[in-house]
Design a binder for this molecule. Structure first.
Ligand code: ACO
Ligand code: PYR
Length: 524
C-alpha cells in the first residue's frame, strides 16, 4: 500500500483566510498539536513575508516536535535576480526548516500578466531557484501554482514548467488548483497525461471555490498522487483550502490509505476544535466527521433505525474520529427519540407506557408554542420528570415583581426585582438589584435560594440568548429565551417561552436552578 504524506498549511495558507490571524505562540501550539496528530509536514509560514514568520521558525526549533517536518514557504526567485542574491530564497534557507516549498507559475497567462516576463525566463527561474534550494536543503517541494488552469490553457507549456522542476531534482511536485475552479471529473485525464512525462512523486493542493477541494484531493490521490496539502477545518484564502479533517478520515476509512494510526485518528475532532479555539472562531457544527451535528439524529425514523443498528444512518462510527452520536428532540421526534433521551438521562421509560406518548404529545405542543429543546436538554430532562411525577419539589415561587426605571435622561436605567419563594413550610422574601431586569431577577432568586441550597453559589449564568419568534396568534410575537448555566462540573441549557421577555427568562432561570439542585442531589 502506498503511504500518503499529509502536508498541513493551516499556519500559512490557513492564515490567508479573511478572519484568521495567529500569534507566534498560537502557531507553535498548533504545530505541536498537529505533530501529535501525526501530520507528516507542517508549513509554518513564509519567512520572506514578515518578522512574525521569521520568529516562528526560530521558536519552533525549541518546541516539542517529535516526528513532523517543518516546511518554510516562498516563491521562485524574482526576475532580474539570481538565486544567490534573491532575498526571498536567502530568507528561506536562513529559517533553517526541514523542508522548503516554493511556488512557481504554470499558466502562460500568469507569466505574461502577473510576472510580466517571457515564457522561457519563467522556466529558467523555476529551474535555477530549485537547483539552488536543493543544494542547501535536504527536501524541496515545488507547488505548481494554477496547474489545472495552466494545463487547460496551454498543456505543453504547463508540462514544461513541471519538467523544469523535475530536472532540478525536487522531491515532490504539487499540482495546485489555486483558483479552486476545477471539477473532480477533470482531474483524472490531466493527471494521467502528467504521469506520461513526469516521474517525480506528485501531490495535490486544492482550493474550495467550487466546493470541490476535498473531492478533488481524494480523486487526485486515487489517480496516484502521494502527497496531499490542506488545512484544519478548511481555513484558507477566499472559500478556503481542502479540509484535512474530511480528507484524512476519507482516506483512512473509505480508501484504505493508512496515513495516521487509528489512535491518532481518534483525536481528529479535538484537533479541529483546538484550532477553532485558537483562531477564536465558533466551530461549524455541521462540519462533516468532526462537527457537533455530524452524527446528530433528529427525524424519528432515523432515531428508531440507529437504535436498531447505527449504520442505518451513520456512514462511519463517530468514535473513529473522536465524535459521538447524538439524539435530538424536536417536533420531528417519535417515541424512539424520547426513549433514547430518557436512557441518556437515566430515566426508566417503556415504549408501550402511555406516559411515553403523553410526553411526546406534550413536547410537540410545547414546540408549537415556540419551545425548542435542542439547546436545552436540562429543560427536557425536567419535563420528563415532571410528567413522570418524579421531580422533587425543591422550591416553588409564590410570586415576583421586576421594576425597571430611568430617572434622568442620561442616567443608566435602574432594575430591581423582589421574589417570594417557598421551601417546605418556609417562605423567603428577597429583593436585589441588577444591570437589567433579568439580571435583577436572577440575583433575587439566587439570594432567596442560597439560604436553603448553598450550592447555588457555585452556579453561573454563562450565556443568555433571546429570539423573537414570528407571531403565531393575532399580532403578538413570542419570545424564546435560552440560558446556558454551568458550575465546576458541567454546563446545561434551559429554555423559557412567553409573550413577555421577563416571563420567558423567568421560566428558563427556574429550570436552570432546578436542574442544578436535581443533578447535585443525584451526585452527578
Ligand atoms: C497561491 C498562493 O497562495 S501564493 C502565496 C500568497 N501569499 C502571500 O502573498 C502572503 C505573503 N506575501 C507577502 O508578504 C508579500 O506579498 C511578499 C513579501 C511576498 C512580496 O511583497 P512585494 O515585494 O511587495 O510584492 P507584492 O506583494 O506586490 O507581490 C507582487 C510581486 O511578486 C512577484 N511574484 C509573484 N509570484 C511570483 C513567483 N512565483 N515568483 C517570483 N515572483 C513572484 C511579482 O512579479 C511581483 O513582483 P514585481 O512587482 O517585482 O513584478
Ligand atoms: C501554492 C498555493 O498556495 C496555491 O497555489 O494555491
Amino acid at each position: 500500500m502506498t503511504a500518503i504524506r499529509l502536508y498541513d498549511t493551516t499556519l500559512r495558507d490557513g492564515t490567508q483566510a479573511e478572519e484568521i490571524s495567529f500569534l507566534v505562540e498560537d502557531k507553535i501550539r498548533i504545530a505541536e498539536k498537529l505533530d501529535e496528530l501525526g501530520i507528516h509536514y507542517i508549513e509554518g509560514g513564509w519567512p520572506g513575508s514578515n518578522p512574525k514568520d521569521i520568529d516562528f521558525f526560530r521558536k519552533i526549533r525549541k518546541a516539542s516536535i517529535k516526528q513532523t517536518k517543518i516546511a518554510a514557504f516562498g516563491s521562485t526567485r524574482r526576475a532580474k535576480s539570481t538565486p544567490e542574491k534573491d532575498n526571498n530564497l536567502r530568507t528561506l534557507i536562513q529559517a533553517e526548516p526541514d523542508v522548503i516549498t516554493i511556488f512557481g507559475k504554470t499558466w502562460d497567462f500568469h507569466v505574461r500578466e502577473a510576472l510580466r516576463i517571457g515564457l522561457q525566463e519563467n522556466l529558467d527561474l523555476i529551474h535555477d531557484s530549485l537547483v539552488y534550494l536543493k543544494q542547501n536543503v535536504a527536501e524541496v517541494f515545488y507547488d505548481a501554482e494554477h496547474f489545472f488552469d495552466g494545463y487547460k490553457a496551454n498543456p505543453e507549456y504547463a508540462i514544461n514548467t513541471l519538467r523544469a522542476a523535475q530536472d532540478a531534482g525536487v522531491d515532490c511536485i504539487v499540482l495546485c488548483d489555486t483558483n479552486g475552479g476545477t471539477l473532480p471529473f477533470e482531474l483524472p485525464p490531466i493527471i494521467a497525461e502528467v504521469r506520461k512525462h513526469i516521474a517525480t512523486p506528485l501531490g495535490i493542493h486544492a482550493h474550495n471555490d467550487s466546493e470541490c477541494a476535498v473531492a478533488n484531493s481524494l480523486v487526485a490521490i486515487d489517480c496516484g498522487c502521494v502527497h496531499v496539502q490542506g488545512t484544519i477545518n478548511g481555513f484558507g484564502e477566499r472559500c478556503g483550502n481542502a479540509n484535512l479533517c474530511s480528507i484524512i478520515p476519507s482516506l483512512m476509512l473509505k480508501m484504505g490509505k493508512q496515513c495516521l494510526t487509528d489512535q491518532q485518528l481518534v483525536s481528529l475532532r479535538e484537533v479541529s476544535r483546538f484550532v477553532y479555539e485558537l483562531a477564536n472562531l465558533v466551530p461549524n457544527k455541521h462540519q462533516p466527521y468532526v462537527g457537533n451535528s455530524a452524527f446528530a439524529h433528529k427525524g424519528g425514523v432515523h432515531v428508531s433505525a440507529i437504535q436498531r443498528h447505527a449504520e442505518t444512518y451513520e456512514h462511519i462510527r463517530p468514535e473513529r474520529v473522536g465524535n459521538v452520536s447524538r439524539v435530538l428532540v424536536s417536533d420531528l421526534s417519535g417515541r424512539s427519540n424520547i426513549l433514547a433521551k430518557a436512557e441518556q438521562f437515566n430515566i426508566k421509560l417503556d415504549s408501550k407506557d402511555p406516559l411515553t406518548i403523553e410526553i411526546l404529545e406534550r413536547l410537540k405542543d410545547l414546540e408549537n408554542q415556540g419551545y425548542q429543546f435542542e439547546g436545552a436538554e436540562a429543560s427536557f430532562d425536567l419535563l420528563m420528570r415532571r410528567a413522570l411525577g418524579t421531580l422533587r419539589p425543591f422550591f416553588s415561587v409564590v410570586g415576583f415583581r421586576v421594576i425597571d426605571s430611568k430617572r434622568e435622561g442620561e442616567e443608566k436605567p435602574f432594575s430591581e426585582a423582589t421574589v417570594q419563594i417557598k421551601v417546605g413550610g418556609h417562605v423567603e422574601h428577597t429583593a436585589a438589584e441588577g444591570n437589567g431586569p433579568v439580571n435583577a431577577l436572577d440575583h433575587a432568586l439566587r439570594k432567596a435560594l442560597e439560604n436553603f441550597y448553598p450550592q447555588i453559589k457555585e452556579m453561573q449564568l454563562l450565556d443568555y440568548k433571546v429570539r423573537v419568534l414570528p407571531a403565531g396568534r393575532g399580532t403578538a410575537s413570542v419570545t424564546r429565551v435560552l440560558i446556558e448555566s454551568g458550575d465546576k462540573t458541567m454546563r446545561w441549557g434551559t429554555v423559557g417561552v412567553s409573550d413577555n421577555i421577563i416571563d420567558a427568562s423567568y421560566y428558563a432561570l427556574i429550570d436552570a436552578f432546578l436542574y442544578k439542585l436535581l443533578k447535585d442531589s443525584k451526585g452527578t
